[in-house]
Design a protein around this ligand. Structure first.
Ligand SMILES: CC(C)(COP(=O)(O)OP(=O)(O)OC[C@H]1O[C@@H](n2cnc3c(N)ncnc32)[C@H](O)[C@@H]1OP(=O)(O)O)[C@@H](O)C(=O)NCCC(=O)NCCS
Length: 233
């Protein structure tokens, strides 16, 4: 990765003045992943991470981190945003709050991700390195398709849902709004997983799971607890 200037501007030959800046909302591990993907995509003139908690101790070569974008007088005309936290409820709140402020959401597609031209990609989506979003797949707003995850043909991922690294949504299957498919977990083709579902890492979903809750194992069954997955911010 090449160096940036102090403002976090991407280097390269693209005319930077023609591109918007990107506010990356969230300075945790996922925020850094998104910032790096945005940098490598070359689609943003500058990057700025916004996180009230991370700002003080922030150290990341790609871009600066501030507690609040008002300090740099960021104008909605010049900046897009992406909510880059793992927690789906917080991701949705940040998404709505910055829409309300007048900023437009941007999706970030890592240059090493493969996204079919026939796929529908919502607003504020990130598709990470090595991921595949196949033919006629549909991703709602605020979706995370993490490293090496696969959304197969005709798969549907609801708003603010998250496929963790290596997760596979097979052809025509669906994952509901705000649901989480753990790393290396899979959903069998055509199966429907409802909203508010957490599927543990390594699970295999072989039947519909319409009820919210936490599931794990092969075949996936309800686990005793209903806590959210432990994720970095
Ligand atoms: C499923 C999950 C959310 C449950 O977390 P939790 O609520 O903290 O649950 P605990 O770790 O206390 O485990 C509760 C029970 O479920 C079992 N369990 C936990 N994860 C499991 C999994 N993936 N598969 C099967 N069983 C699992 C535990 O062994 C435990 O069983 P017990 O009650 O018989 O002892 C979590 O284990 C998980 O898989 N998170 C996803 C991690 C991931 O993919 N992260 C990627 C981030 S990018």
């Amino acid at each position: 990765m090449s160096a940036t200037d102090e403002s976090g501007a991407a280097s390269g030959t693209t005319p930077q003045h023609a591109l918007p800046g990107l506010l990356v909302l969230g300075g945790g591990g996922h925020g850094r992943v998104v910032a790096e993907a945005a940098f490598l995509s070359g689609r943003f003139s500058r990057l700025l991470v916004v996180d009230p908690q991370a700002a003080a101790g922030w150290s990341f070569p790609i871009c600066p981190c501030v507690a609040d974008e008002t300090g740099i007088a960021a104008e909605p005309a010049d900046w897009r945003f992406i909510a880059a936290v793992g927690d789906p409820a917080l991701r949705r709140r940040l998404f709505e709050a910055y829409l309300h402020k007048g900023f437009a959401p941007a999706s970030v597609l890592h240059p090493a991700a493969i996204v079919s031209p026939s796929a529908q990609v919502g607003r504020g989506v990130v598709v990470c390195a090595g991921a595949v979003v196949a033919t006629l797949a549909r991703l709602g707003d605020g979706v995370i398709v993490n490293h090496a995850a696969v959304v197969e043909h005709d798969g549907e991922v609801g708003a603010f849902a998250h496929l963790a690294p290596g997760a596979v949504l097979a052809g025509g299957a669906s994952l509901g709004d705000g649901s989480f498919l753990g790393s290396n977990a899979s959903i069998r083709h055509g199966m429907r997983v409802g909203p508010g579902v957490v599927i543990g890492n390594g699970a295999a979903v072989v039947a519909d799971l319409p009820e919210p809750g936490t599931y794990g194992g092969t075949p996936a069954r309800p686990l005793n607890k209903t806590t959210r997955p432990r994720e970095s911010k």
